[in-house]
Ligand binder design. Structure first.
Ligand code: HPA
Length: 237
């Protein structure tokens, strides 16, 4: 058991998929895994271990935002010897180069969070994906993404879903940023600090430029394609 994860030692697989929503974790376990068992219910942040194509894999909810994800990522790496974490989440498109339902694989993550400023005492650390996982996910996406376009590039991990200065995002877009979510920067930094591998794959649930949003059914379908990509990359990459 760790402070926030009620699992026995050995109950979590070396490869973990990490959605923000714990009910998505349950949906992934029920939909994709064989023999899935819930290993933690602490704070309702469910985690499950099962097998996919005969190999063990876990799914752990992270909650929303970097402080919440950081708790679960830290404990998975420090207490359970997890080797790989792949976040499967949603993001908002910041540019018309990206459409709703597309898949964005985050090569790196910018952030407005103070977490890394504190960790690196003012140095600007560049949180990036594990290249092996990224390459495997990109390859897997060629077969699994269906009609959705697959983008590889920078995302923006914001601490605010409702930003006080939304006009600043245009400057990020001018420097190549594709989409906004709230967790990747912390995951990449923490994994690197433990010498482990991490990747963030997101489906675009809403568009900050056009205002378009996906329906609940579309979100489930594109989410499913993304889970296939993440499982393939996590276990074969
Ligand atoms: N902002 C932040 N996180 C998100 C968004 C957004 O617009 N959409 C999905 N995750």
């Amino acid at each position: 058991m760790s402070t926030h994860i009620g699992a026995q030692s050995g109950a979590i697989a070396p490869v973990v998929l990490m959605p923000g929503d714990p009910l998505r974790a349950r949906w992934i376990a029920e939909t994709f895994l064989d023999d899935a068992r819930c290993y933690t219910e602490v704070r309702g942040m469910y985690g499950f271990t099962g097998t996919w194509r005969g190999r063990p894999v876990s799914v752990q909810g992270s909650g929303m935002g970097q402080p919440s994800l950081a708790i679960y990522a830290h404990e998975l790496f420090s207490e359970y010897d997890v080797q790989r974490v792949i976040r499967v989440g949603s993001c908002g498109a910041m540019t018309e180069r990206v459409a709703v339902r597309d898949i964005v694989i985050a090569s790196g993550a910018c952030t407005d969070s103070s977490m890394n400023r504190i960790r690196f005492e003012g140095l600007d650390y560049a949180p990036v994906a594990d290249f092996g996982l990224l390459r495997a996910a990109y390859d897997a996406a060629q077969g699994a993404a269906g009609d959705a376009a697959v983008h590889v590039g920078l995302i923006y991990s914001s601490d605010s879903f409702y930003p006080a200065r939304p006009e600043l995002s245009a400057r990020l877009v001018d420097h190549g940023v594709l989409a906004v979510e709230m967790e990747a920067s912390a995951l990449y930094t923490i994994a690197a600090g433990f010498g482990r591998q991490a990747l963030v794959v997101c489906t675009v649930s809403d568009h900050l430029v056009t205002g378009e949003q996906t329906s609940a059914l579309e979100r489930e379908q594109t989410f499913g394609a993304m889970v296939e990509i993440a499982l393939t990359a996590g276990l074969d990459g």
